[in-house]
Design a protein around this ligand. Structure first.
Ligand code: AFD
Ligand code: MN
Ligand code: MN
Length: 424
């Protein structure tokens, strides 16, 4: 479902005077407004296909209705988000939850909505019906070569699907690890995984990247075979120039300094992709910016600094994706909030006076350094984000328009109350 253009225009007209006042104020305060607006307009965040349905926990699931019943409907949902905020111009697919049986058709549906295909995600953490070997004791790490081979072949098949759709990256997240001491020989598990990743790497087209996603715990709770950024970087370095680490904000041990990790991975040219979400405890997959907005800003601050140091394109040189799923919210509302939080943090990071910050660091002027960062963080950049969206044809307040247009009720009417999107 899309919202008719005149409705977006009406919504914007009604809010225009208030928006103008707020925008003029901040534009008067910030000299580089035009440049920031251009950067914001260019910045696109990939939406994961599995976040469009209601998530759940191992205790239960409370679907809200109107969930997408097919890959086409998932793409339509992302198309609607993109129509509203103009910053969700990509979708990240998961195989086998979203097998594009007719790739040309799927590509055309995405193109209609102005969407491209971000990184493809493989799945060797679940057994699928009819699958020969089980992943109960891991996939690429498995002691049995036949299981490893099956996992490698699955990843190569995912690459094939991605090539048909015009994607250019594969994200490998493994749930491999162990639940009890003694269960696993760590070195064998690492070597087996490396060998498997090497075979997958060899199947990558020239213009492709592979992202090795790490995660500290869950579903294995004693060890994880790609457990932290050090291990991910080891794999990426051993694999070669097309291999990168992927940072998922929820995949660290408590209180990890994620901004420092990001900074060093970027310095090494080995940060490839990003999964945004927020968390209180672990891989909570909560709305981006809902728990630790200052941390999100600090991460963006390092991202901008590190990308600029390497002359990277902010929008295209890293894979920006959300990885969240929701239990108590309308998934589309949650995604609108998440994208907004990302854009706000990015805009704030663009405000940081880097020359002054460097000078303060050189002088060991701790107070000034902190003031510079907090000055940016405490600036209300929402009018800038809204202005970039407005220029691109989006809505001044995407969430408000989503609600006043009763999008969810319409989707329930179209798709039914009991639909269930594929995913976990
Ligand atoms: C996992 C990982 C990974 C994976 C996803 C599946 O973050 O990105 O694709 O969840 O739902 O925790
Ligand atoms: Mn992730
Ligand atoms: Mn995760």
């Amino acid at each position: 479902m899309l919202i008719e253009k005149y409705k977006i225009a009406e919504h914007n007209d009604a809010l225009m005077a208030t928006h103008r006042r707020a925008f003029d104020y901040i534009a008067g305060e910030i000299p580089q407004t035009t440049e920031i607006l251009q950067r914001l307009a260019a910045f696109q965040v990939g939406i994961p296909s599995w976040a469009l349905g209601t998530g759940g926990t191992r205790f239960g699931r409370f679907p809200g209705g109107g969930e997408p019943r097919s890959l086409e409907e998932k793409i339509e949902d992302v198309g609607l988000l993109h129509q509203l905020n103009q910053s969700s111009g990509a979708i990240s697919l998961h195989i086998p939850w979203d097998v594009p049986s007719n790739a040309a058709h799927i590509k055309a549906v995405a193109a209609q909505h102005g969407l491209r295909f971000d990184a493809m995600n493989s799945n060797t953490f679940q057994d699928q019906p009819g699958q020969q070997h089980s992943y109960k004791f891991g996939s690429l790490q498995h002691v049995n070569k036949a299981v490893r081979k099956q996992a490698v072949e699955h990843n190569i098949e995912v690459i094939r699907h991605g090539v048909e759709l015009g994607s250019e990256a594969l994200t490998v997240w493994l749930s491999d690890g162990s639940c009890f001491p003694g269960q696993l020989n760590f070195r064998h598990a690492f070597q087996n995984t490396l060998e498997g990743l090497q075979e997958i790497y060899a199947a990558l087209p020239d213009n492709w990247k592979v992202f090795v996603e790490y995660k500290a715990a869950e579903p294995n709770f004693y060890s994880t075979t790609v457990g932290d950024w050090g291990q991910s970087l080891l794999y990426a370095n051993k694999l070669g120039p097309k291999a990168y680490s992927l940072v998922d904000l929820g995949h660290h041990l408590p209180n990890a300094n994620i901004e420092q990790i990001v900074s060093l991975l970027l310095m090494e040219g080995k940060l490839g992709g990003f999964h945004f979400n927020d968390s209180k405890f672990g891989d909570d997959d909560l709305t981006v910016g809902s728990i630790k907005p200052y941390q999100l800003f600090l991460i963006f601050n390092e991202l901008v600094d590190g990308m600029d140091a390497r002359g990277m394109n902010h929008n295209t040189d890293l894979g920006w994706m959300i990885d969240a799923s929701h239990n108590v919210k309308d998934p589309l509302e949650d995604l609108l909030q998440s994208v907004e939080a990302i854009m706000i943090s990015y805009a704030q990071a663009l405000l940081v006076d880097r020359k002054k910050l460097l000078a303060a660091q050189q002088d060991n002027d701790v107070v000034t350094a902190q003031e510079i960062l907090q000055q940016a963080f405490r600036t209300d950049v929402r009018p800038l984000v809204a202005a970039a969206r407005l220029q691109a044809g989006g809505a001044l307040q995407p969430l408000a328009l989503y609600r006043s247009e009763k999008v969810r009720a319409n989707l329930v009417q179209q798709r039914g109350l009991k639909t269930m999107a594929t995913g976990l």
